[in-house]
Design a binder for this molecule. Structure first.
Ligand code: CO
Length: 209
């Protein structure tokens, strides 16, 4: 109960296997990380960032929370973005949602869930912004899928509205913010083609001079 021995066993085997294929792997990584991507994804156990884009430790900087939400005042997420952009000099931020997201589903309901309702309300806002478009769909599954996508689009915008991203652009840095959605049923990522690469592509009210 107090020791999860099987996980330590797994870990030993994994470390041995990794060292076998690349003897300097851990030594090299222990000295520095230089990932090229920041991943902002859902905490769902079925959407592990490294595995689904087949990247090794050290290759992707990751922040995950329920329903991949980027809240303007979330110091946790903002600190991750700041470190990724200003210290690691990452050039690509990926917001990756997924179909079948429990957080999005819960936000579509009017049931009370406790503390998490305060988090899910941000997704209800996304629904409210696009209510006409979502309600126009007859099928409930389609409405659910569309909100999963629109939530990603909204969070991509939220990333771009941060002073962190805008200051990077102001300094002439190359920085692209991508919006993707992952399918639990087939393991395939779809690019929502909402990539933003500069201040001209965000709404004027959010653009800082
Ligand atoms: Co989810």
């Amino acid at each position: 109960m107090r020791k999860l021995l099987h996980l330590f066993e797994n870990n030993k085997k994994w470390a041995a296997k990794t060292s076998e294929s690349d003897p300097n792997f851990f030594l090299r990584l222990s000295k520095q990380q230089s990932p090229q991507y920041l991943w902002i994804g859902c905490a769902d156990s079925r959407v592990p960032a490294n595995q689904i884009v087949d990247l090794l430790p050290g290759e992707i900087f990751v922040h995950r929370n329920i329903a991949n939400v980027v809240v303007h005042t979330d110091l946790n997420c903002l600190s991750v973005i700041q470190y990724a952009v200003e210290v690691l000099k990452i050039e690509h931020i990926i917001v990756c949602g997924h179909y079948g997201c429990g957080g999005i589903k819960a936000a579509l309901e009017s049931k009370e869930h406790g503390l998490i309702d305060n988090w899910l309300r941000h997704i209800k806002d996304v629904y409210r912004f696009h209510q006409k478009k979502i309600d126009a769909l007859e099928n409930e599954t389609d409405r659910f899928r569309l909100l999963c996508e629109l939530n990603v689009v909204e969070q991509v915008a939220n990333v771009c509205h941060t002073t962190i991203v805008q200051n990077a652009w102001k300094a002439g840095r190359e920085l692209a913010v991508h919006g993707w959605v992952y399918g639990l049923e087939d393991g395939i990522i779809k690019d929502l083609d909402v990539c933003i690469t500069g201040p001209d592509e965000i709404s004027a009210i959010h653009r800082m001079k």
